[in-house]
Write a protein that binds this ligand. Structure first.
Ligand code: PLP
Length: 444
């Protein structure tokens, strides 16, 4: 039994001993196809030669140099690359070691911006229910996953809350998508008024909701409305692209498809592709200008910011994206995955919704398709599907039914961008068997 404190103290996990391309192998020699890229991380699969070569070369030169003494060519080139491809207005990058750190840094940048610009009374964030922004205290505070927050609630900052944009469950009968977006915008405005517009720092949201809802895309026009409202009240917009960013939805950033410009963006996961832990905040120039004119610094910092080997890995990931036209490949493979999911689950009595974009897909499981009634959360269907999938040799990312009593169980798929159509077939076929066996087990 492992002495490591894993997420579950009850479970025992197989030991991963090798990984290549879209497959991982455990100590017993069993192969698993990586249908979720871990947690939507491994965008280039495993053992990619370009990334490994870049890391080896960097380690031979300088593995790590603290940013209070040095910068490195890889950190600078990665920053230039990310800024060149970022939405207009983004002019700076702040490197961290992962998604939660990126969110913490973005929250603090937003707060410091208003201190520097003479509005220190702004102290509240607004976020959406059913969101996940990470597990450190600030990220957990803005996260809208009540069961995660519950035992830590007394030590979390107060946050304003609005509904997520979740058409499958929340768009009312007879309501058009435009009316739905309008209603959600009105709700956001109502929350701003309730708190007091001049008290609010920023609105934070995932452009495509990942872990908590399962690849839920926003109604067209929703984020444009959000942006207009933020601008009306001088509130910053923070896009959490930790999971849905870095090409996963078929554009480098998910917001590119929404036609909006965030003030701050958090990215991670696919940035390092799992080869190194790295995240970043992409910041608009006006924020950094305010720091420059004010205290002259961003009052934050971690030991591993701009880690040279991590930057070398992330830079190699970006180069492979460009050379192998992988974001275009996400679009075509994503369309294939969507088609295969529809063909496979069209008649499934337990699949209520298929959604997502690119290679970021969600399958929502329901006890009754007509009423959308979720399975009883106590049945823990998601856990059964996960273990059945592991039995089948499939890694997917099922999440559970108790999420604030709103959504049912769902499975997230986020395969590597380098996979083939045959491998997508394998993922979908194995998922179908896992869902079939998992739901069958509930009935017997
Ligand atoms: N934000 C989103 C949208 C995420 O999905 C995650 C992780 O799943 C995080 C933030 C936190 O990232 P990390 O686990 O790297 O701290």
């Amino acid at each position: 039994m492992s002495k490591i404190i894993h997420r579950s103290l009850r479970g025992t996990l197989p030991f991963a001993v090798s990984a290549q391309g879209v497959y991982l192998t455990d100590r017993e020699g069993k192969q698993y196809i990586d249908g979720s890229g871990g947690a939507a991380v491994s965008c280039l699969g495993h053992g990619h030669p370009d990334v490994l070569a870049a890391m080896h070369a960097q380690i031979d030169k300088v593995a790590y140099a603290h940013t209070s003494f040095f910068t490195t060519d890889v950190a600078e080139e990665l920053a230039d690359t990310l800024i060149a491809k970022a939405p207009p207005g983004i002019g700076h990058v702040y490197f961290v070691s992962g998604g939660s750190e990126a969110i913490e840094a973005a929250l603090k940048m937003a707060r410091q911006y208003y201190v520097e610009t003479g509005e220190p009374e702004r102290s509240i964030f607004i976020a959406r229910r059913q969101s996940y922004h990470g597990n450190t205290l600030g990220a957990l505070a803005v996260g809208g996953n009540e069961w995660r927050r519950k035992q830590f609630a007394p030590i979390l900052i107060d946050v304003g809350r609005v509904s997520p944009c979740y058409e499958y469950r929340d768009r009312r009968d007879g309501e058009t998508p435009e009316q739905y977006s309008q209603r959600l915008g009105d709700e956001l405005e109502g929350e701003i008024q309730r708190i007091g517009p001049r008290k609010i720092i920023a609105f934070i949201a995932e452009p495509v909701v990942g872990a908590t809802l399962g690849a839920v895309t926003a109604t067209p026009g929703y984020f444009k409305r959000v942006r207009q409202i933020c601008d009306r009240y001088g509130i910053l917009f923070i896009a959490d692209e930790v999971m849905c960013g870095m090409g996963r939805t078929g554009s480098l950033h998910a917001v590119d498809q929404e036609g909006v410009r965030p003030d701050l963006m958090a990215i991670a996961k696919g940035l390092g592709g799992g080869y190194q832990p790295i995240g970043a905040v992409l910041a608009s120039s006006r924020i950094v200008e305010a720091f420059r004119k004010g205290t002259g610094m961003f009052q934050h910092g971690h030991t591993y910011i701009g880690h040279a080997t991590a930057c070398a890995a992330a830079l190699a990931v970006q180069k492979v994206f460009a050379r192998d036209k992988l974001i275009e490949q996400v679009q075509s493979l994503g369309a294939y995955l969507e088609k295969r999911l529809h063909e496979t689950f069209i008649n499934s009595p337990y699949v209520g919704d298929l959604r997502g974009r690119g290679l970021f897909r969600g399958v929502e499981l329901v006890a009754d398709r007509a009423t959308k009634k979720p399975f009883d959360p106590a049945l823990k269907l998601h856990a059964k599907v996960k273990s059945e999938a592991m039995n089948q040799g499939l890694l997917c990312y099922p999440m559970g039914g108790t999420i604030d009593g709103v959504t049912g169980d769902h499975v997230l798929l986020a395969p590597p961008f380098i996979c083939t159509e045959a491998q997508i077939d394998e993922i979908v076929d194995k998922l179908a068997r896992a869902i079939e066996t998992g739901t069958h087990a509930l009935k017997h």
